[in-house]
Design a protein around this ligand. Sequence first.
Ligand code: HEC
Length: 119
Amino acid sequence: MPRAAALLCLALCAGGAHAADVDAAAMLSLARASGCLACHAVNQRKIGPSYTEVARRYSGQPGALQTLQNAILNGHSGTWGIIPMPAYGGSQQVLTPAQAGDLARWVLSLAAHQPAPKP
Ligand code: HEC
C-alpha cells in the first residue's frame, strides 16, 4: 500500500502544494509515509476527499484546525460520504498529536493556493 501510494503520488501530487507557513514538501512526505495518499490526493477525490476541497470547506471557519486534527487522530465519518476515515492517534499511535496538527495545518493551507476544481 505505501509503495502504491508513493507511485500514485509521483504521478498525481507533483507540484501540488504551496504553503506559506508549513513545510509543504515535508508534509507531503509525511502524508505519503503515513499512507494518507492511498485514499487522498491534493487535487483529486479518491476514496476520501481531495485535500484542496477539505481546505476550501473548512478554511476561515473557527476551530477548523482542531476539527481536522481530531479527524486525523480519531477518525471521522459522515461529512463527505459513507466511507470512514481511519484513526491515526490513540492506541494506534501512528501519528503524534503534533504531527496530526501539522498535517491539518498543511491541508488548510491548500485552500488559498489552488484554483477552483473543474466541475
Ligand atoms: C482508508 C482511506 C483513508 C486513509 C488511509 C486516510 N483517509 Fe483521510 N479520509 C478518508 C475518508 C473516506 C474521509 C471522509 C470522512 C467523512 O466523510 O467524514 C477522510 C477525511 C479526511 C479529512 C477531512 C475530515 C473532516 O472532518 O472533514 C482529513 C483532514 C483527512 N482525511 C486527512 C487524512 C490524513 C492526514 C491521512 C493520513 C494520516 C488520511 N486522511 C488517511 C479516507 C482516508
